[in-house]
Design a protein around this ligand. Sequence first.
Ligand SMILES: [Zn+2]
Length: 168
Amino acid sequence: MIQQMERINYDYFIVDGDIVRPLGVGGHKTHFLNCPFYGDWTLNGKTYDLILSDLLPLLDEDFYRIKLSDIAWKGFDLDMSVRGENCPCCNGDRFRDCDTTTPGILLDCSPSPGSTQVDGKDIKNPGGRRYRCLDGKHRIEALLSYEREYGIFYVLNISDIKKYLIEL
Ligand SMILES: [Zn+2]
């Protein structure tokens, strides 16, 4: 999927011509919940928190170039009046200040036995999209605002993150 990757130093890579700066994960959480505004982001009806810094050991140097239209993120199916510049979670600050050289983190929810199941059932993403954004929705909105079609991401599956899920 990635054609060419060059390591510049410990902090920077050039991946298919794009600068990539890993390890930009802060202390925040991603929430798997049903929310009146963003819709059903539970994992098969169950509500969880995930602390993103817990995932650091899983984030190696495997980056993937993923089509943005294959990703579901909170707000992707809403009107632009509540996205990007108008993001209700940050008044657009995190959209304006984000660093698109840091790869976001995706959960691959494509059906493959054993890897995507919670309670014996496959996870369905809103909109039926293959990937769920765990970190980086402001970066995706920024890439879209530059009319980019693809972004560079870490990709995890449920078996990777299962032990870090905090059931609420
Ligand atoms: Zn925001």
